[in-house]
Write a protein that binds this ligand. Structure first.
Ligand code: PLP
Length: 350
């Protein structure tokens, strides 16, 4: 008789198969939690909770604003469950991604031109409001403010805690705040001293830098999401696009990890922190794969055209005393688990 190979059985869906990260020891003591598509997890979890609460049924129109990855996660879950989905994005959604979303049955509505003058996020939210008014039965997952986004990461904390001998520091990029804050809330029940390092970019107001244009997307925002619990963070870094792109390429060339640019930004900071704390166990969240960026971040001509082709990156960040000073390649501040008002309202110590 042939030995039984499948004990647990196959994953029931591609979402289940892909939603958890692979844990990779990039250097001794520095573990990357590498997701194929991090946003699959909150997309699946938010719809599970909405179904449980009777907020969605097969006739519900789902409407969400997204710059890409959350939209792709939602589109996959909605396709498999038969929900109608409209995604409101901005020109950061490239034609190729828009085609993938449409192939999955989603309607993609891109906000362009004068509507963007008030700010990208504001313009997208205004379009969502208009779309909602056209439907009696709609559901907005609202990844920025829906607590279930952060709650989805309980399983990631469980995976990390169950696999690693100990965790001293978590480094992750911050957009909605779901991944860093959600994972940390759970991990701190085991490791109250866990040091949380958030990675943002100049031009994003999430941690109080001045609002401005941002070439590095996925992390940062022109609004402050409710899912960012500022009091969880010990330290914040701002990494600009050219620096993040350089490190993204480095991760591939040096470590064979073909990932997106927010992973490059997070890895830069994680590696620096780990160098300063060589005995600490550090985990870095690496949100997505590199394929979407093959014609941009992975192409020198695109980088040069966008003035984001760096030949090297700084060895360390410049410490600043107030978030308004966040500019240039790489800056950092000791956040000290304070509220945003406490840090932005007064001059912080670094
Ligand atoms: C590629 C990428 N990296 C990082 C983030 C930030 O993750 P979070 O929204 O959990 O803060 C996002 C958010 O959309 C993203 O799309």
């Amino acid at each position: 008789m042939a030995p039984a190979l499948a004990i647990a059985g196959p994953n029931r869906t591609v979402v289940e198969a892909m939603e958890l990260p692979r844990l990779i020891e990039i250097e001794p003591g520095l573990v990357g939690a590498a997701f194929d598509l991090m946003k699959l997890l909150p997309a699946r979890y938010i719809l599970d909770r909405a179904e449980e609460q009777g907020l969605v049924d097969p006739s519900t129109q789902i409407v969400e604003t997204t710059s890409g990855t959350f939209g792709l996660g939602l589109a996959m879950v909605c396709r498999l469950r038969g929900y109608q989905l409209t995604l409101v994005g901005d020109p950061a959604i490239d034609a190729r991604l828009a085609r993938r979303l449409r192939d999955l049955g989603a309607t993609v509505s891109i906000v362009r031109g004068a509507a963007l003058e008030e700010g990208v996020q504001q313009a997208r939210l205004a379009r969502v409001e208009r779309l909602k008014s056209r439907h009696d039965n709609y559901f907005v997952p609202n990844q920025y403010d829906n607590r279930d986004n952060a709650a989805a990461y309980g399983v990631v904390a469980e995976l990390l805690a169950g696999t690693l001998a100990g965790i001293d520091c978590l480094v992750g990029t911050v957009g909605s705040g779901g991944s860093t804050c959600g994972t940390t809330q759970f991990l701190r029940t085991l490791y109250p001293e866990l040091h949380l390092v958030g990675v943002d970019t100049p031009g994003s107001v999430v941690f109080g830098a001045l609002n401005g244009p941002r070439l590095l997307r996925g992390l940062g925002s022109s609004l402050v999401p409710h899912n960012v619990d500022h009091r969880l963070f010990d330290e914040i870094h701002w990494v600009d696009a050219a620096t993040a792109f350089f490190m993204t390429r480095h991760l591939y060339r040096r470590h064979c990890l073909f990932l997106g640019p927010t992973s490059g930004a997070a890895f830069l900071v994680a590696q620096w922190w780990h160098e300063r704390h060589p005995n600490a166990n550090v985990v870095v969240l690496l949100p997505d794969q590199g394929y979407r960026y093959a014609d941009s971040v992975y192409r020198d001509t695109w980088l040069a055209k966008n003035e984001a082709l760096a030949s090297r990156v700084p060895r360390e960040p410049i410490s600043i005393s107030h978030p308004h000073e966040a500019s240039g390649s790489w800056t950092r501040i000791s956040w000290g688990r304070r509220s945003r008002d406490e840090v932005v309202g007064i001059a912080a110590t670094s």
